[in-house]
Design a protein around this ligand. Structure first.
Ligand SMILES: [Zn+2]
Length: 129
């Protein structure tokens, strides 16, 4: 796994994204990465490592097509990644209610357009310890 900092992710990926994983390479916007506290960098890596595994299982090309064109697939992939990220924060001592709430808000944001806030919240709550 390598973290590669770039000034822009576009045209690599849509402009709203701050990080994108291709095979075992995690591309992160340089300005975003340097702004993040170390714990948040680790949380981001935790999230992206889930995508590394998912892409490995699915095959990178197939993963990207499905991710971009199939809303239900994107939701499933992101839900798993955000659940891991929420668990990371909980393990760091962040109260579960707070970690789950933040992840659900991000997951239901315009970046992914995959989930209702309530639905994301419920899933994250049920799948973190
Ligand atoms: Zn993700």
């Amino acid at each position: 796994m390598n973290v590669i900092l770039r000034s822009k992710l576009f045209p690599l990926f849509w402009t709203g994204a701050t990080a994108v994983t291709i095979r075992d390479m995690i591309y992160v916007r340089r300005d975003y990465w340097s702004w993040l506290p170390v714990d948040s960098q680790r949380a981001l890596i935790t999230h992206e490592l889930v995508h590394v595994r998912q892409e490995g299982q699915e095959g990178a090309v197939r993963f990207f097509f499905k991710y971009i064109f199939q809303r239900s697939f994107r939701f499933k992939m992101e839900l798993e990644a955000y659940t891991a990220e929420a668990q990371f924060w909980i393990n760091q001592g962040v109260p579960k209610q707070y970690a789950v709430l933040i992840m659900a808000r991000t997951l239901s944001s315009s970046l992914y357009r995959v989930s209702s806030y309530g639905g994301a919240l419920l899933h994250l709550w049920e799948n973190t310890k």
